[in-house]
Design a protein around this ligand. Sequence first.
Ligand SMILES: Cc1ncc(COP(=O)(O)O)c(C=O)c1O
Length: 406
Amino acid sequence: MFDVNEIRKDFPMITNHPDMVYFDNSATTYKPKRVLDAMMEYYTSYNSNIERGDYDTAVRADKAYDHAREAVAGLANCETKEVAFLANVTAALNQVAYGLAKDHLKEGDTVLLSEAEHASNLLPWFYLSRQKGFRIRYIPLDKQANVDLEAFKDCLDDTVRVVSLAYVTNVLGSVQPIKEICRIAHEKNILVCVDGAQAIGHRKVDFKDLDADFFCFSSHKMCGPDGVGVLIGKYHLLQEMDPLLLGGGMNARFYADGTYILKDAPVKFEAGTPNIEGVVGLSSACEYLTDLGMDRINAYEEELRRYFIGKIKDMDQIVLYNPDNLSGPVTFNVKDIFAQDVAGYLASKNIAVRSGNHCAKILHEIIGTDQSVRASLYFYNTKEEIDVFTEALKGLSLESAIDVFI
Ligand SMILES: Cc1ncc(COP(=O)(O)O)c(C=O)c1O
């Protein structure tokens, strides 16, 4: 049984702000005490650099770092050697784009993206397409940003070499049929990179079953600390791929004549001293989520979302952009009121949401607006909080929104 009131006690941000309704979980999630304790323990009991020292605390740090690969592999069902730690999902997506653009893509090739992507899964490709001369095309989406598989198939001409897509989109929560996309793409030898930032902490991710070539995510969106991201990749592809960053830790040997030999993946992607405490915290977050059970988390979040949609879908003043998506945030506008004014009004009621374009700056091609309010839930939110939210919305008018600012 999923006892949300017990779960809430795990989160110091909730116990320290008992009256705050935090619905900005797509931006970042709260961290359970267990994760914070794990990081504190690293700094107070075995603070040492990794892969360099022979003394006890250094060996303990090495073991904790290696254990983190096992924790990620356990959560995402991949091999430990397929897990590289980078700074965030942005760094991981840049690494994949750079690596593929360098050796896999050439002038005349096509990379397929979607208009619902976050900047982190667009800008690296934009930049590299100008450098290398490959083209970018967008997979057609429906009004709630879901990929239509037939339309996807129609996009796959002989020039397509790579597809890079979010598993769950960050504004509309569209869950893309990644497994099917991978199957169809692989029939034509097309590689698939998945931005898993809004998926990994919310649903069961099975890297092997999805059969994606690369899967990237950030720790801070799944109960882990900031400043750590994960690149999971099929091992032979990681081995073939050049790292974006070079330096200490990731080289096996270098010589005065300027030649060098890199270590094997995943270490070759981890140049410099990594965010050791972050990796330790991420490890603990993976175990925390695994213990709660990803299927139970997902089922509870879907129930919350249905409840939320049920409460706001018939409100006259609300324009809802994703009522039918099962997962992810609830995204809307209040008629005649600027999205940021709505967020400001809600903030005055101690409710945290995000407003604006949410780093998905070409999504307006689909939903027709550049500004929306996003209420994003996580498994520690409650139906009572949704009631507080909807009651607050009922009290919102142009006058009450303006009152907040004068
Ligand atoms: C789908 C998606 N991709 C990428 C990112 C970028 O995440 P980060 O800032 O942790 O690199 C986000 C952040 O909101 C996201 O939602």
